[in-house]
Design a protein around this ligand. Structure first.
Ligand SMILES: CC[C@H](C(=O)O)C(=O)SCCNC(=O)CCNC(=O)[C@H](O)C(C)(C)COP(=O)(O)OP(=O)(O)OC[C@H]1O[C@@H](n2cnc3c(N)ncnc32)[C@H](O)[C@@H]1OP(=O)(O)O
Ligand SMILES: [Co+2]
Length: 134
């Protein structure tokens, strides 16, 4: 069911500093900040030859990643995103196996303009999993 690794997300305390570090110290291709108010984050995508890094910073009062950054003030790997061909079929399959889908259970449109869902980290070895339909 899951396909390519679409991105690895890192929550950062300072988005501009992290973006500059990837651009200047690591020589990576760094995109512009994208506000995603529906998700409570601002994101910066770093394009690598085989996947992307998604830098995340809280946006708004009730960002879902605020708690993560309070627990990890220096930042840290926040989630991994796998691609799926049919996100509803994937969701239904996973729920049938007892996995918890976060939020309303209905996909939201993510930063790439595609439907995304999140699976509870406690059901996936402590790793927050995002699925993106491609
Ligand atoms: C613009 C969209 C973009 C895209 O790619 O398209 C995005 O990726 S948006 C990314 C931001 N949105 C989300 O992360 C939505 C899904 N996340 C959530 O709903 C929450 O972050 C949640 C429920 C995973 C955690 O929320 P919170 O930290 O407030 O809850 P708890 O403190 O109760 O945490 C419960 C339990 O989970 C552990 N935890 C929390 N976050 C993570 C994480 N990223 N990875 C692994 N584990 C995590 C937390 O430590 C608690 O564990 P415990 O042992 O009980 O302390
Ligand atoms: Co993501």
């Amino acid at each position: 069911m899951i396909g390519r690794l679409n991105h690895v997300a890192i929550a950062v305390p300072d988005l501009d500093a992290a973006a500059a570090q990837y651009r200047d110290a690591l020589g990576a291709e760094v995109g512009a900040p994208q506000a995603e108010p529906d998700h409570g984050v601002t994101v910066v995508f770093i394009t690598l030859p085989n996947t992307k890094i998604e830098l995340l910073h809280p946006l708004g009062a009730d960002s879902p990643i605020a708690g993560f950054l309070q627990k990890n003030p220096s930042g840290g790997i926040h989630h991994i995103c796998y691609e799926v061909e049919d996100i509803i079929a994937a969701r239904d399959n996973l729920q049938a196996q007892g996995a918890r889908v976060l939020g309303t259970g209905e996909p939201k449109i993510g930063a790439h303009g595609k439907p995304v869902l999140f699976l509870h980290p406690k059901d996936f070895n402590g790793c927050l999993v995002e699925l993106e339909e491609v």
